[in-house]
Design a protein around this ligand. Sequence first.
Ligand code: GDP
Length: 296
Amino acid sequence: MVFEGLAEKLQNTFKKLKSKGKLTEKDVSDAMREVKLALLEADVNFKVVKDFVQKVKERAIGAEVLESLTPGQQIIKIVNEELTELMGQTQSKLTFASKPPTVIMLVGLQGAGKTTTCGKLAGLLKKQGKRPLLIAGDIYRPAAIKQLQVVGGQVEVPVFTMGDKVSPVDIAKAGLEHGVNHGNDVIIIDTAGRLHINEELMEELQNVKSTIKPHEILLVVDSMTGQDAVNVAEEFNGKLGIDGVILTKLDGDTRGGAALSVRSVTHKPIKFVGLGEKLEDLEPFYPDRMASRILG
Ligand code: GDP
């Protein structure tokens, strides 16, 4: 499970601190060195780690903490607060259009879990009483269209397709019209993925964006790729502009570097996390719960 290694290391560090009772500045510095190493081993972005440790240290070394009756506890509380802050403080919700339909565009590289996540998100919104429509706009990956039809069928959400011979922009336009005519209040479009980021991909996504004017552009990235996921997020945000991130495969990521870095690097929140291959395995991302999971 995510943060396995990090949780174990941090909990050990703080156990030592708590057992000491009274703490000196050196105790805090030593502990912070361990925290820094643990975060780097979890593949957290270097600059993020540096800033984080600096912030915690500044707060922890104050007289208020060191002279309190339970300095160890106070430091754990500070780390908890700063970890929560790092991941975005509060849960970041989807923006719904004041006048439906709400248009959500899912973007990402091949294999990140975009198509699966389209189905998961449609299922989640359906459970909340929405009437979603899925649009099959990934015409490049063989079987992506069929796959979207299958996941759509499983969550009982209609899927609009035009095959793979029509341009993604035309598919998006026609799909949106179809949704409006059929009373769908949320329209989720699966877009073209590629193996790597390139000009062509970005241009195409920009064209789709300007055609359908989405309320949310969500980038799907694979948590297990760590800092690569963060770099992908930075590039998509710079070139296309994203509103949030969906971090998939958190169930297989024992380190958690992407979860801890992406918000800080891109200033865009993680809105959902994928926790398995099944269609119900998508959950809103709660920074405070994640922080508590790390600290035990
Ligand atoms: P796409 O190319 O981005 O559309 O990727 P897919 O939706 O086809 O997903 C690629 C693989 O990742 C599939 O085998 C999915 O079942 C798997 N996958 C997607 N999300 C998750 C997740 O949250 N956890 C796990 N374990 N697997 C996932």
